[in-house]
Design a protein around this ligand. Structure first.
Ligand code: C5P
Length: 220
């Protein structure tokens, strides 16, 4: 049986994580949140007291990066060594550090290899993989390739609703800063050749999941 691989890219706050997870659940597929791996490495660098802006220190920390991520869409845990970092990788200090480590080419090569091995080894009939460079670098041959977008306004308000403890303007500033930094490394705002754009600005959550499932069905 051929495994179905679904690649989903998009900016922060586009809903790609929750939408991909729900679509994977509906299809009985595995789910891989690649941003969680970049975040886990940022956490590891900060935990070691290293400076995420120093490429050499980030590369050195790869050697001790013992990382695991679950692929069950019903609930996955992220570990660095023995430590469960599932919650702590979402902290603002990690979000603020992650773009710097993600622009280091050695980091991208290392994590891309890891993602490809997870895709290869899944025992489910398919896997949905979401991030920034999945449609273009990690899995350019995926069965279905989707760019999930939403207007900046919609993305900001969704993210502020998620992070109710922070002020809306702090969330907006941090999100814009991260998108700007990330888009210098990978273009996740425009669809590459053969990639289908799903714009969720005027769709609710269920409608977005349905739109993604439609693309998957028509690509198979
Ligand atoms: O998806 P999420 O916002 O959790 O991703 C966290 C960070 O990981 C992004 O801001 C980006 O710097 C990095 N990332 C990446 N390539 C991916 C996934 C995430 O560079 N495929």
């Amino acid at each position: 049986m051929t495994k179905t691989v679904v690649a989903v890219d998009g900016p922060a706050g586009s809903g790609k994580s929750s939408v991909s997870k729900a679509a994977a659940k509906r299809l009985g597929f595995a789910f891989l949140d690649t941003g969680a791996a970049y975040r886990a490495l940022a956490w590891h660098v900060l935990d070691a007291g290293a400076d995420p802006e120093q490429g050499a220190a980030v590369i050195a920390s790869l050697a001790s990066f013992d990382y695991s991520i679950g692929t069950d869409p019903d609930g996955y845990a992220v570990h660095v060594g023995e430590t469960d970092v599932t919650e702590s990788i979402r902290e603002p200090r990690v979000s603020a550090a992650v773009s710097a480590i993600a622009r280091v080419p050695e980091v991208r090569t290392h994590l891309t290899e890891l993602f490809r091995s997870i895709i290869r080894d899944t025992d489910k009939p398919g896997i949905i993989v979401e991030g920034r460079d999945i449609t273009t670098v990690v899995a350019p041959d995926a069965t279905a390739r989707i760019l999930l977008t939403a207007s900046e306004e919609a993305r900001m308000s969704r993210r502020s609703a998620e992070l109710a403890t922070e002020s809306a303007s702090d969330v907006a500033i941090a999100l814009q800063k991260r998108d700007r930094a990330d888009s210098r490394v990978v273009d996740f705002m425009t669809a590459a050749d053969g990639v289908v754009t799903v714009d969720s600005t005027n769709l609710n959550f269920d409608e977005t999941v349905d739109a993604v499932l439609d693309v998957i069905r028509t690509s198979q």
